[in-house]
Design a protein around this ligand. Structure first.
Ligand code: SAH
Length: 347
């Protein structure tokens, strides 16, 4: 049985309480200056004491924090119920504010061959409180570090786990963040390996908030994709094309596009053939952005494409009329770059 959520615990503790108190309970945890129930002055002393004795203020506990030499990336290892560790990262973004990267599961079942989390296997889904509390953890961290800029403007679901395999809790997290912070839908990106049944669900789900979606394509050639993304299958590409067309028809506009993520693996998915396959796939769809990601070493046989190869790949796509971006690599010195989030207590 899944543990009771924070609000369910509250309802159990105060079964007769007025509705506005329930609303306050959800809101107060986002107040940056509050650090425990004891600080919540809108509640009576008796209520604060009862809360303090019964409901943890945070569902995640700081274990290890590492800062990059440049102080533009901070990684935290957080302990969750059951003793497992998850990772979350704070990264300075182009505007000088912060993007946080959150985990949605402890480990991951997708086994992508180039990804460190893939090697761990799946332990369990995170609850919505545990995902939300990664955001709250960073709000508190920034509060404790007044020398740093103090606004989190973006959230990406690119930490440990496959968000679409934890659909209900991710949806709940999105709704909570959108409802209680200044984050808007275009400031949140959910990254998925492309679990098509779940992508189908969200398209017709009135409760799913239409945040940005990024799909980890990594190759438009079915054979290559199956080699590096073992959950892929022969007709994944045409099915993704079909889904993307319908998704963009329904929700696409100038501000709402889809992103295909593409990790550049030397000699594997970075040839002229692969660039051509990718361009032709995207031409069938329309408003797709490609994000080329430098491969971060995780052990094993892969290496990142040479800068000339990346340049050529980029140029080919751009000259075919496709919007392409290149991701900066951050936090490599603290193993916080993509795919390096491998929780172990001795890191
Ligand atoms: N399960 C989600 C989130 C994964 S992490 C997904 O598959 O999208 C976010 C991105 O980092 C994904 O595109 C993932 O493929 C990529 N990634 C994983 N390992 C990487 C590595 N070693 N180097 C660069 N990118 C990596």
């Amino acid at each position: 049985m899944s543990p009771l959520s924070r609000i369910e615990q509250f309802n159990q503790l105060f079964p007769e309480i007025q509705a506005f108190r329930r609303k306050q309970f959800v809101e107060v945890v986002f107040q940056p200056t509050f650090r425990s129930w004891k600080d919540v002055s809108v509640f009576s002393k008796e209520m604060r004491e009862k809360l303090d004795a019964s409901i943890p203020w945070m569902s995640v506990k700081e274990s290890v924090v590492k800062q990059s030499a440049k102080m533009d990336t901070v990684k935290a290892l957080l302990e969750v119920e059951g003793g497992s560790m998850i990772e979350t990262v704070l990264m300075q973004n182009a505007r000088g504010w912060w993007t946080i990267c959150v985990s949605s599961q402890v480990g991951c079942a997708m086994r992508c061959t180039f990804c460190a989390t893939g090697k761990m296997g799946l332990t369990r889904n995170l609850t919505a409180d545990e995902i939300v509390d990664q955001y709250r953890y960073w709000v508190d961290y920034l509060q404790m570090h007044p020398e740093l800029p103090n606004r989190i403007t973006n959230v990406v679901f690119m930490g440990m786990g496959e968000p679409m395999s934890n659909y209900e809790n991710v949806r709940e997290t999105l709704r909570t963040l959108l409802g209680n912070t200044d984050l808007g839908q275009t400031r949140i990106t959910v990254s998925t390996v492309g679990v098509l049944p779940r992508l189908e669900t969200l398209m017709n789900d009135p409760l799913w908030p239409h945040v940005r979606l990024a799909i980890s394509l990594h190759s438009a050639d079915a054979k290559t994709r199956k080699e590096i993304v073992p959950t892929s299958y022969d007709d994944f590409i045409p099915k993704l094309v079909d889904w993307s067309q319908r998704y963009l028809e329904k929700f696409g506009n100038r501000r709402h596009h889809l992103t295909f993520e593409y990790v550049m693996l030397k000699g594997i998915n970075d040839t002229a053939h692969h660039a051509k396959m990718l361009a032709s796939m995207i031409h069938k769809i329309g408003n797709i952005r490609v994000n080329l990601i430098p491969y971060n070493f995780t052990g094993g046989e892969f290496s990142t494409s040479t800068s000339k190869t990346v340049h050529d790949f980029f140029q080919y796509l751009e000259s075919s009329g496709i919007t392409v971006t290149r991701r900066r690599t951050m936090g490599e010195d603290i193993d916080a770059a993509c795919g390096q989030l491998y929780a172990s207590t001795n890191q």
